[in-house]
Ligand binder design. Structure first.
Ligand SMILES: [Zn+2]
Length: 155
């Protein structure tokens, strides 16, 4: 099932990165820019169209813009979503999500990170570049929302 109408052929772009995927489930700010050998685990269980778009987005950001982009989170279990929802409500910490039913749990969303940068310290123009490329790939970018979620992309 095709769930995205990408502006160009994602498959080829994604395949071009086979064996040197910059994708991975790294924590924010824990990896130096340009580190190789990520496994693509960050996109495990994510719908193939969204996975291809995510791979293309990271590839374009890295190759064409020289930015240390990676996938910080893809599919999320409902248990983890519940835990995140509780944060800032019934558990300590800041509110990090507004929904109990997330597109992360259905495998059609992912979050983008920039290695070495906390999401709040990422330069605004990097998010804007990422958002515009993501939209050209057929994704919805959370940076446009009334409560912006800049790292977030979904089908
Ligand atoms: Zn997200």
């Amino acid at each position: 099932m095709e769930i995205l109408r990408p502006a160009f052929a994602l498959g080829n772009l994604a395949r071009g990165w086979a064996g040197k995927s910059p994708l991975g489930g790294y924590g924010y700010g824990t990896r130096p820019a340009g580190r190789r050998g990520a496994t693509g685990k960050g996109l495990k269980g994510v719908h193939k169209d969204v996975k291809n778009a995510a791979t293309a987005l990271v590839t374009v950001l890295r190759q064409d813009h020289g930015l240390p982009a990676y996938i910080s989170e893809g599919r999320r279990s409902q248990a983890r979503q519940n835990l995140l929802f509780a944060q800032g409500r019934t558990r300590p910490g800041n509110i990090v999500t507004w929904v109990q039913r997330s597109k992360h749990t259905s495998g059609i969303a992912f979050d983008l990170g920039f290695a070495g940068y906390d999401p709040d310290s990422v330069p605004e123009r990097w998010w804007k570049t990422a958002g515009e490329i993501g939209e050209a790939l057929g994704l919805t970018w959370g940076g446009r929302w009334s409560t912006p979620d800049k790292p977030h992309f979904e089908a």
